[in-house]
Design a protein around this ligand. Structure first.
Ligand code: KG4
Ligand code: ZN
Length: 359
């Protein structure tokens, strides 16, 4: 295959607290996908004192670092701007200040070098990222579990999604973060809870299982958070192992909620696709996918229900620009490019049929 036929995409991500740029390349038929270069700058330390992401601090950090990151990936890839097929930037949903900075950078590159601009939905980036590293055909089931999202989706095709369920309040990673904050375990909360849980008794506390057993695939975590607070305040906080026991019980409970909702989603997937697909993929993405217990439980659920468990490597599961560049490649191939007048979107549902729901 000639080089001219390859698609070379610059990807830009800045919708939350990661400033990132990447160059991804694939042959024109999407075969041979590869990350040529990537750079990511986490703002973890900037936000740590506040126990969560502060939008204004995030936007300032993106502004400060984005140009240098783009330059870096271009240099590392040893390519000239003229060799780019197009540029893809996250255009929502997310913290609007950050989204604007990434979009403006992407549009400036597109305008200066006269190449197409592709506005990528951050969630589509997560949804398609697995195809950058594995040949997973459409349709497949996606469980997106991160600090900002908690969704079950059927990925039907590029630009075509069916939302099966989403959270009615907190995202699952947010529940981990809030619980860790309450237990004073540090930020980000997920890894801290997982570590504390190793020494705890997962059966000590019976926390509620919001939404479990109900129809559909929606989630809710705020009741669980309240129950954790009550347990922590009612017990003697100095009691030995209380934090570890709460962490272990909380993690087990979250695992049970995700299992119940995922099983429902598998049923719905089989109904929608007529159950014709042999061993369809169940893809998990987002920072919470790093959790060992949750991964193990979902792997077991997939094996028992005829789904193939697929988790992209952690570096692709959490926010990054390679997934945005890859979504750009897939959209470019499908003829989906955008106008430079495209506006940033703080909210941007992937499935327009479920507009009324938080996505
Ligand atoms: O995908 P991500 O890096 O960023 C977005 O939110 O988009 O996800 C971060 C979230 C945080 O809430 C963090 O606490 C959670 O993922 N997380 C974990 C683990 N590692 C990260 N949650 C549970 N267990 C973990 N090991
Ligand atoms: Zn994300």
């Amino acid at each position: 295959m000639h080089q001219e036929q390859a698609i070379t995409m610059l990807g830009i991500e800045s919708s939350c607290d990661e400033t990132a740029a990447a160059i991804v390349r694939a042959d024109s038929d999407l075969s041979n996908p590869r990350i040529v270069s990537q750079a990511i700058l986490s703002q973890l330390e900037d936000h740590r004192p506040y126990g969560g992401v502060v939008p204004e601090i995030a936007a300032r950090a993106h502004l400060l670092h984005m140009d240098a990151l783009v330059e870096r990936v271009m240099t590392e890839a040893s390519i000239d701007y003229a060799e780019l097929t197009a540029v893809a930037a996250t255009s929502g949903p997310g913290l609007i200040g950050g989204v604007i900075i990434g979009m403006m950078t992407g549009k400036a590159v597109a305008l200066t070098h006269n190449i197409p601009y592709i506005g990528v939905n951050h969630l589509e980036g997560h949804a398609l990222s697995v195809r950058l590293v594995a040949s997973v055909p459409f349709p497949y089931l996606l469980l997106l579990i991160s600090g900002g999202h908690c969704q079950l989706l059927i990925v039907q095709d590029v630009n075509r999604y069916r939302l099966l369920g989403t959270t009615r309040d907190d995202a699952v990673g947010e529940a981990f973060d809030k619980t860790a904050k309450l237990l004073d375990l540090g930020y980000p909360g997920g890894p801290a809870i997982e570590k504390a849980a190793r020494g705890g008794d997962p059966a000590r506390f019976e926390f509620p299982l919001p939404m479990v057993g109900t129809e559909g695939c929606d989630f809710s975590f705020s009741g669980l958070k309240t129950a954790v607070r009550r347990a922590f305040e009612s017990e003697n906080a100095k009691q030995e192992n209380i934090k570890a026991d709460i962490a272990a019980s909380f993690q087990r409970t979250v695992g049970e909620i995700l299992m119940d909702r995922s099983l429902q989603a598998m049923d719905m997937f089989n109904k929608v696709t007529g159950g014709l697909k042999k061993e369809p993929a169940f893809v998990v993405a987002g920072g919470v996918a790093a959790n060992g217990e949750i991964r193990a439980r979902l792997t077991g659920l997939c094996a028992a229900n005829g789904f193939a468990f697929v988790a992209p490597p952690m570096s692709l599961c959490t926010d990054n620009a390679a997934m945005i560049a890859w979504a750009g490649v897939e959209r470019f191939r499908a003829g989906l490019t955008d106008d430079l007048s495209m506006a940033p979107r703080a909210r941007w549902p992937l499935d327009p049929d479920r507009l009324g729901f938080q996505q």
